[in-house]
Ligand binder design. Structure first.
Ligand SMILES: *Cc1c(COP(=O)(O)O)cnc(C)c1O
Length: 430
C-alpha cells in the first residue's frame, strides 16, 4: 500500500475526518493536555474497563465468596470466558487461550512443558534482541533441566542491532534444536517476524516453536490455528489496554493438550472436579490446564471489556489504521526531521507489513535529553537505550493530528535547542 500524504496541518485533520475508528477515542480516558504515544507499553483505561472493575468491587461487597459461582459472570469461569474472546483476536479455537499469570510466568510454564531435551536435541533457539525477561526465563528453564544455559541457549545474532533476518533464523534450525522461542515483534525496532514462515520451517525440521506476542497482540491480526503454532504467550496491558500489570494470556495448540503442565496448580484441574480436592492432578484438557492459582479478579475483569472494544473495532480495521498512522509518522519524520540539524533516523522497517504499531526514531547523540524535553512538552513517548525514542500512535485512541503535533514539537525541541536544558542521566522507569 502506498499512501499519499501531505505535510500541512490541514491534511492531518482530513485524515482524522476520514478515520472510521475515530469515535473509539471517546471510550478512553485520554489524559488532559497530553499527547500519549506510549500505548505500546501501557494502554489507556477505557470507561468499559473501569466499569468492569467497579462490577467486581460491587460483587465482592454484595456476594462475598458466593461471587465465585453466582452473578451474571461467575468469577470461577472468567479466565475461560475471557480466553474465548481473546481466541477470536488471535485466530485460535476458543479453548486454546486462557487468561492467566503474567507473561514471564507463562513463559516459564510453557517452556517447562515444551522443552524436553533428548539425545542430540537439547538446545533452545532464541535471539539476542528479545526482551531480557524472556531470555532470563529461558536460561532458568535450562538450569531446571540440569543443563548449562551457556551451552544450550543459542541466541541468533542481529547484523545491525535492530533487525533479524528470517533466513538466518532458519539456518540456525539445526538437528540440535529442541525448541524455538522468539518474539513476534522486536520490542526496540518494531520489526514483525514472518511467523507463518518460521513455524513452517521449524515444523519441517521436527522442532516445536512458540512466540511471545506482547508487541503484536491487539494491534496485528494473528492466525495461530491456521499457522499451526505450538504455543504463545502475551500480556494484556500493552495494545490490549487491560490495565497496569493486568493478567496475561497463553495459547496452547489443542494437539498439545495431553502434554503435562509442569508448573502445575489446582486451578489447572478440570473445573468440575477441582473441588473434589483429589491430590492426583488431572489437568483440564484445554488451555485452562495451565492455570496455576486463584485468579485475581481485579486484574482480570478489565481485560474482558478491553477486548470487547477491540472486537467491536475489528482487528483488520485496527491493523489498517495502525499501518497508515505509523506510515504518516515516518513520512513526517522524513519531511521535517531527517536532515541537518535534526538528524533523526527511523529505526523501524519502512514497509508497514513488516512492522508492528510503534515507530522507533533514533537520535545518535541526544535521544535521552530529547525524550526529557518531549515530556515537558506534554508528549509521552518512551525511551529505550541506547538512543531510541519509541512513538506509538494507537489506532483506538490516537489521532493523525496528534502525530503531526509530535513531529512539530520534535522540530521545535531541536530548533530552540530545548534539549540542552536537561541532564543526560536516565530515569529508572522509562
Ligand atoms: C512487555 C513484555 C514482557 C513483560 O513481561 P511481564 O512478565 O509482563 O513483566 C515480556 N516480554 C516481552 C517481549 C514484552 O514485550
Amino acid at each position: 500500500m502506498n499512501y499519499e500524504f501531505e505535510s500541512n496541518e490541514e491534511f492531518s485533520e482530513k485524515l482524522d475526518n476520514e478515520d472510521i475508528l475515530s469515535e473509539f477515542r471517546n471510550k478512553f480516558y485520554v489524559p488532559n493536555n497530553i499527547i500519549y504515544m506510549d500505548g505500546n507499553s501501557l494502554g489507556l483505561l477505557s470507561k468499559d474497563a473501569e466499569n468492569s472493575i467497579n462490577r467486581i468491587i460491587k460483587e465482592w461487597k454484595q456476594n462475598a465468596i458466593t461471587g465465585w459461582m453466582t452473578g451474571d459472570k461467575p468469577w470461577f469461569y472468567l479466565p475461560e470466558e475471557i480466553g474465548k474472546k481473546c481466541a477470536q483476536i488471535v485466530g485460535a479455537s476458543e479453548n486454546e487461550v486462557i487468561l492467566t499469570g503474567s507473561t514471564t510466568v507463562n513463559i516459564h510454564s510453557m517452556i517447562s512443558t515444551f522443552y524436553n531435551p533428548q539425545g542430540n536435541r537439547t538446545k533452545i533457539l532464541a535471539d539476542e534482541l528479545n526482551f531480557p525477561s524472556d531470555i532470563y526465563a529461558l536460561k532458568g528453564q535450562i538450569l531446571i533441566k540440569g543443563l548449562d544455559p551457556e551451552k544450550e541457549l543459542i541466541l541468533i545474532k542481529s547484523d545491525n542491532g535492530r533487525y533479524l533476518n528470517e533466513n538466518k533464523i532458519v539456518e540456525s534450525m539445526t538437528d540440535e534444536i529442541a525448541l524455538i522461542f522468539l518474539p513476534s515483534v522486536l520490542f526496540r525496532s518494531g520489526q514483525l517476524l514472518d511467523m507463518q514462515y518460521l513455524i513452517n520451517e521449524a515444523h519441517k525440521r521436527g522442532i516445536l516453536i512458540g512466540f511471545d506476542c506482547c508487541h503484536s497482540a491487539g494491534v496485528i491480526p494473528h492466525e495461530f490455528n491456521k499457522w499451526d503454532l505450538d504455543f504463545a504467550v502475551f500480556c494484556s496491558y500493552k495494545y490490549m489496554n487491560g490495565g497496569p500489570g493486568s493478567t496475561a494470556f497463553l495459547y496452547i495448540n489443542k494437539k498439545h493438550f495431553d502434554k503435562k503442565p509442569v508448573l502445575s496448580g489446582w486451578f489447572g484441574c478440570d473445573k468440575n472436579k477441582q473441588f473434589n480436592m483429589d491430590i492426583e492432578f488431572k489437568h483440564a484438557r484445554n488451555a485452562g490446564g495451565w492455570q496455576i492459582s486463584t485468579q485475581g479478579l481485579l486484574s482480570a475483569a478489565p481485560v474482558e471489556s478491553a477486548l470487547d472494544i477491540i472486537l467491536e473495532a475489528g482487528m483488520n480495521n485496527i491493523r489498517e489504521k495502525s499501518k497508515k498512522i505509523t506510515s504518516y509518522l515516518t513520512y513526517l519524520v522524513d519531511v521535517f526531521l531527517s536532515k541537518e540539524p535534526y538528524n533523526f533516523k527511523i529505526g523501524t522497517p519502512i514497509d508497514p507489513e513488516k512492522r508492528s504499531g510503534h515507530i522507533s526514531i533514533e537520535h545518535e547523540k541526544e535521544a535521552v535529553r530529547i525524550g526529557k524535553a518531549m515530556l515537558d512538552n506534554k508528549i509521552i513517548p518512551d525511551f529505550r537505550p541506547p538512543n531510541i525514542i519509541r512513538i506509538a500512535p494507537i489506532p483506538l485512541y490516537n489521532t493523525y493530528h496528534e502525530v503531526w503535533e509530535v513531529v512539530q514539537i520534535l522540530k521545535k525541541i531541536i530548533d530552540l535547542k530545548e534539549y540542552k536544558n536537561y541532564s543526560k542521566g536516565r530515569e529508572i522507569v522509562s
